[in-house]
Design a protein around this ligand. Structure first.
Ligand code: BG6
Length: 277
């Protein structure tokens, strides 16, 4: 079942329900802000004080950072512009009783060209089932190549940040954006202070263990993963977040970021894909 819905202020989203899962996806940013599996409940954190207003990024769910991650392209806003642009809802298909696929698109326009002077066709294909598959396809429609950094900036909801163990990044090269130092990760990850690291050369499946719940993240088309939690002080400074919210999530962002940028030639398509099991 698929319904088009609108908040009182006119902010539009799609609601999807099938016999395995349900999801809510805003047209702004093709932003998944709820995804509930029948068996496990809600997978993503969503701030109770998040804005749902055009031009303001939703705090939680899965923001799509594109065509720049962070300030990798210093000429663009933080995390690019796609997360605050209205996507077109292109199609949906109920593949079977437990699986629904939706396609969203964003094309260049006078507004995007004024920010980033390239012609492109962006497609976001999301498959909602007891697994969640997200695929972002970037087609270069320009006559010149462009450099892309991007991410699915997933905010995973956790019982408490002190309960989580993230596996799969052991021995990977890592850039700590807080200390500006390059290191190699040693062992599994737990979080007990502000954490903001970019892991490179990631070719393994990641596992997020939270008490008795396990989430598996499988990435294709990218080899960087950003792990972020703002902890106490930064959380207080963040917009659209309450003081203790840092306890409720960990961001594990499947990315092409920093050294893992991609160069997309005219007529080429680049694909970022993540499967969450
Ligand atoms: C993460 C960055 O990807 O996004 C953090 O590593 C940043 O440094 C966070 O604070 C949130 O960014 P924003 O733009 O959504 O507030």
């Amino acid at each position: 079942m698929l319904k088009r819905k609108t908040f009182e202020n006119g902010f539009q989203y799609l609601e999807v329900k099938n016999s395995a899962a349900s999801a809510k996806i805003a047209l702004q940013g093709a932003h998944i802000f709820e995804y509930k599996r029948k068996a496990q409940g809600e997978l993503f954190y969503l701030s109770e004080t998040s804005d749902f207003a055009l031009g303001k990024a939703i705090r939680g769910g899965v923001p799509i950072c594109w065509p720049s991650f962070g300030l990798n392209n210093p000429d663009l806003p933080q995390h690019g512009f796609a997360r605050v642009f209205l996507f077109e809802y292109i199609s949906s298909s109920e593949m079977n009783a437990t699986t629904t696929q939706l396609v969203f698109g964003l094309n260049d326009s006078a507004k995007t060209l004024s920010l980033w002077n390239y012609k492109f066709e962006l497609r976001f294909i999301v498959t909602i089932s007891d697994t969640l598959t997200m695929e972002l396809q970037t087609l270069n429609k320009d006559t010149k190549e462009f450099t892309l950094t991007q991410a699915f900036h997933s905010y995973f909801k956790v019982s408490d940040i002190s309960n989580i163990v993230l596996s799969g990044l052991d021995t990977k090269p890592c850039f700590d954006t807080l200390t500006k130092k390059n290191t190699l990760q040693n062992g599994d990850i737990t979080v007990s202070e502000e954490f903001d690291k970019v892991f490179q050369e990631v070719d393994t499946i990641l596992t997020l263990q939270d008490k008795d719940k396990i989430i598996t993240i499988q990435n294709e088309g990218s080899s960087s993963v950003v792990v972020w939690n703002p902890w106490v002080e930064k959380c207080k400074r963040m917009n659209a977040m309450q003081d203790d919210d840092y306890r409720e999530f960990i961001c594990i962002e499947s990315a092409n970021a920093f050294e893992d940028f991609v160069v997309v030639k005219p007529n080429e398509t680049q694909i970022l894909k993540t499967i969450i099991l």
